[in-house]
Design a protein around this ligand. Structure first.
Ligand SMILES: Nc1ncnc2c1ncn2[C@@H]1O[C@H](COP(=O)(O)OP(=O)(O)OP(=O)(O)O)[C@@H](O)[C@H]1O
Ligand SMILES: CC(C)(CO)[C@@H](O)C(=O)[O-]
Ligand code: BAL
Length: 281
């Protein structure tokens, strides 16, 4: 597997494949790769003839009090993991390559409405930064398809909207959430958890399952949200949101609406912010 850090080298590698008529699948990441990322690479591998991954900790999607500085950067291990999973090319740019005029003077992509709620409401500016960097990466890599994990469910919806609205020629492929045996969704941020917190963290997935059960029993969605939030709070979590929404547009369900819903949670456990979600159909 080749690693490239600048745009001319990236373009040269991809041009070679394109002239042979090969299709390109793309997996954008922030690195510190785990089995969840590997499953995305595997999906891209199955759907395209060539696979490109990127590792870039994007400064514009972190708020001023978030973990940009301490976000784990493990490029050497990431290279080995990607090579092992048959990735063809790693694009690992620096900030100046992605933001030639500096992050604060960059063109910005804003996806309205769907970004006002949930993660967008709790992480102001996060989705502008995310959509901007994903749009830039799509322009640089020009993939036929790009794989995103459903763990970041709202992110996936924002990217789908951006692609449709801007008419970008990329097929967005959604990958299922990979979990540890005890149900905790794999995430780079899980390593911030202390041993005792790690043991408590699966309660998020357990609570999402409980929400599905309660909704199936006919409880109103608002009551299910409240019960679930209280359950997490009793166990020492500080929820940012515990929500039942339409999967399609993340709007609140109508009275009695039961089809096509998703439950989403973001909660802090000590100094770690965890997110997860579960389809309710
Ligand atoms: N457990 C998982 N299952 C499936 N996809 C995942 C999982 N974890 C991350 N992904 C996906 O991998 C891609 C890159 O995500 P990212 O590098 O932010 O990893 P992460 O582990 O989610 O990190 P973080 O803890 O910062 O959220 C995203 O599309 C994300 O949805
Ligand atoms: C899509 C992404 C790589 C953009 O920085 C990031 O938000 C992530 O890792 O999910
Ligand atoms: N996995 C989403 C990227 C972020 O939390 O910034």
């Amino acid at each position: 597997m080749q690693t490239v850090q600048d745009v001319p080298a990236l373009r040269a590698a991809i041009r070679g494949w394109r002239t042979q008529g090969q299709t390109v699948g793309f997996v954008p990441t922030m690195g510190n790769l785990h089995a969840g990322h590997q499953s995305l690479i595997k999906l891209a591998r199955a759907r395209a003839e060539r696979v490109v991954a990127s590792v870039f900790v994007n400064p514009t999607q972190f708020g001023p009090n978030e973990d940009y500085d301490r976000y784990p950067r493990t490029l050497v291990q990431d290279q080995a993991a990607l090579a092992e999973h048959d990735c063809d090319l790693l694009f690992a740019p620096d900030v100046a390559t992605m933001y030639p005029f500096g992050p604060e003077h960059s063109v910005s992509v804003r996806v309205p409405q769907i970004t006002d709620t949930l993660e967008g409401a709790h992480r102001p500016g996060h989705f502008d930064g995310m959509a901007t960097v994903v749009c830039k990466l799509f322009n640089l890599v020009q993939p036929d398809l790009a794989v995103f994990g459903q763990k970041d469910f709202q992110q996936l919806k924002v990217v789908e909207r951006m692609v449709r609205d801007l008419g970008l020629p990329v097929k967005v492929v959604a990958a299922p959430i990979l979990r540890a045996d005890d149900g905790l969704a794999l995430s780079s941020r899980n390593q911030y958890l202390g041993a005792e917190e790690r043991a408590r963290a699966p309660l998020i997935h357990d609570t999402l399952q409980k929400m599905r059960e309660l909704l199936a029993q006919g409880h109103p969605w608002q009551a299910v949200e409240q019960t679930a939030a209280a359950r997490l709070e009793r166990a020492g979590f500080v929820p940012d949101y515990v929500a039942i929404r339409r999967a399609e547009d993340l709007a609140e369900p109508a009275e009695g609406e039961r089809e096509g819903l998703v439950a989403l949670v973001a909660a802090r456990l000590g100094g770690t912010r965890l997110i997860d979600n579960l389809r309710l159909d």
